[in-house]
Design a protein. Sequence first.
Length: 129
Amino acid sequence: MTQIAPDTAAGCATLFYDGRCPLCTKEMARLALLKDQQLQLADIHTLAPDPHLPDTDTLLRTLHLRMPDGRLLTGADANVAAWQYTRLGAWFRWMRWPVISSLVDRLYDAWARRRYKRLYIHKLKRTAD
């Protein structure tokens, strides 16, 4: 977990997502319908440069959630924390239970690496050819 500047929208958390990922966009659309006003959704591809955020490539590799106090959560931690801003939050908390969280982290990390490789690495290779 990284400490960065607090969100400019006082008291709000911001979830940074990949707006070019069909699955990510679909999940964000569902989250947008269910979330409260304390969670903002931000497409990484539309962000202005921000010295308080990781670079774009880092943001694209895994989900990031900037908490209202400036903490930056990543991966499964970010996903579960974001869903806490909905009425369904309790249904996601089991993914952070001590016995299960390491397995969830490994599965999420594998999925995130595969997603990034499919969307960005393969396209870079095709463009270079």
